[in-house]
Design a protein around this ligand. Structure first.
Ligand code: GDP
Length: 445
């Protein structure tokens, strides 16, 4: 539940009844218009006629304007306050998806007293303030709507289903337990301190530190799942990097040329690799540059390639050796390119010209990245990771203070560690992130 300031803001926005189309504003078979707020049921009756249908049952109704003119035949459904997505009285109109139908229904709703068009994400914001979703679940929902691959969908659904919240709740309970024990020693300061307190607190802190560190070490993979794994294609000029990227993408994404050094910048191609979002990067030929523009391209390529999750290091029969910085590193995939010109070393042999070995290469990439995913934890984004890092850091301070015989300092750091977890799930400090989190939502969500 958000802290008091947020709740006051929540109450003030709740006076309005909001409505918005929940489906894309395009010509479609059906459009769904949602309503939420105190006037939602009244507004629905104004358009679709009284009485209200039974809760949660779709019924067919004629929609009429204020002058009685038929606007459309639609299906309508109502949800009671206290048992709806937002927690408020809600309704939905499933009308025909033509632009005129939708805009006339919206115009009728806008004319009703107390009703206004919703802001993007406002339905979910109300659900959040009603305590129906916490912040990590809201983020899971935003990710689910944005998910482009099945791997992203699974991860988002885990977050929406409360995996982060449950994990934080468990840690919070342990932190409370540790703090209660330490506070005992503070309360008993002038008397004989129960000597086994430190012995009892230490294993709790150690467990928390171990679990949080484990979660943090896995957070990178989950963040990559959201943004896409970067796979850099590197090797000397003319080795066939752009051609390989084109073969992967199945389209002319990178310019292929016989003049060395034409791929100056980094070209990206997004790809759904068996559910994993992957961004293939075509890097400029890694070699000594002749001019500053080329040097800039090479520098950019080097930086991106170095930071990539995986590198495909290409060699081919007709180009020289790899420059040192393009030699395979641990975990990279060495690729023998232009295999149609001759045999050679490499984990995978490909010919972009004859379209050979591409599937095998993609499968190798998928397996290598899949290994990273199997180690992913529950945290889903940088905001959550940063909050957990803060919490984890305060545990270090608390442990040090405890060892130094400063229970007050230790208790304060445990309180701060708890606060960071509360921030993570949005129990406090939501104002700072509200715009960012809800702003990413579409209208009607
Ligand atoms: P990059 O500089 O590493 O990006 O290399 P490009 O993709 O631009 O290719 C350089 C040259 O090699 C071009 O003339 C391509 O047509 C040729 N090439 C690329 N891939 C193959 C291949 O699989 N087989 C053959 N025979 N030629 C290739």
């Amino acid at each position: 539940m958000p802290e008091d300031g947020s709740r006051a803001a929540a109450i003030s926005i709740r006076a309005d009844t909001i409505f918005a189309p929940a489906t894309e504003a395009e010509r479609a078979a059906i459009a769904i218009i949602r309503l939420s707020g105190p006037e939602a049921h009244g507004a629905l009756c104004a358009l679709a006629g009284a009485p209200l249908p039974p809760w949660r049952q779709l019924v067919r109704r004629a929609l009429r304007g204020p002058d009685g003119e038929l606007i459309d035949h639609a299906m309508v459904v109502v949800f009671p306050a206290g048992a709806s997505y937002t927690g408020e009285a809600m309704g939905e109109i499933h009308c025909h998806g033509g632009n005129a139908v939708v805009s006339d229904v919206l115009a009728c709703l806008a004319d009703l007293p107390g009703c206004r068009l919703a802001e993007p994400g406002e339905f979910t914001q109300r659900a959040f303030f009603d305590g129906r979703l916490d912040l990590s679940e809201v983020e899971g929902l935003a990710d689910l709507i944005a998910a482009e691959t099945s791997g992203q969908r699974r991860q988002a659904l885990r977050m929406l289903s409360g995996a982060v919240s449950r994990q934080c709740e468990g840690w919070r309970a342990l932190l409370l337990q540790a703090r209660a024990l330490i506070e005992l020693t503070i309360d008993w300061a002038d008397e004989e301190v129960p000597e086994d307190v430190e012995r009892r607190v230490k294993p709790i802190l150690e467990r928390l530190m171990r679990e949080m560190s484990g979660e943090l070490s896995r957070a990178g993979a989950a963040e990559r799942m959201r943004t896409g794994f970067e796979v850099a294609i590197v090797g000397p000029p003319n080795v066939g990097k752009s051609s390989l990227l084109n073969a992967i993408a199945g389209r002319e994404a990178a310019i292929v040329s016989e003049v060395a050094g034409t791929t100056r910048d980094v070209i990206e191609v997004r790809f759904d690799l068996g559910g994993l979002p992957v961004v293939f990067l075509d890097t400029a030929g890694l070699r000594v540059a002749r001019d500053t523009v080329e040097q800039m391209g090479i520098d950019r390529a080097r930086q991106r390639a170095a930071a990539a999750d995986l590198r495909l290091v290409l060699r081919s029969p007709d180009t020289g050796e790899c420059p040192d910085n393009a030699l395979p590193r641990n975990g990279d995939i060495s690729v023998w390119a232009k295999s149609d010109l001759g045999q050679g070393d490499g984990e995978v042999a490909v010919s972009a010209r004859d379209n050979l070995g591409i599937e095998e290469l993609l499968e190798t990439v998928r397996m290598r990245l899949g290994g990273k995913i199997s180690r992913s934890g529950v945290l889903g984004n940088a905001r959550q990771r940063i909050a957990l890092e803060r919490s984890r850091r305060d545990l270090d301070f608390a442990a040090a203070a405890l060892a130094a015989g400063e229970p007050e300092v230790a208790a304060e750091h445990l309180r701060l560690a708890e606060e960071s977890l509360e921030r993570l799930v949005g129990r406090i400090g939501v104002e700072d992130v509200l715009g960012e989190v809800f702003g990413s939502f579409c209208l009607g969500k």
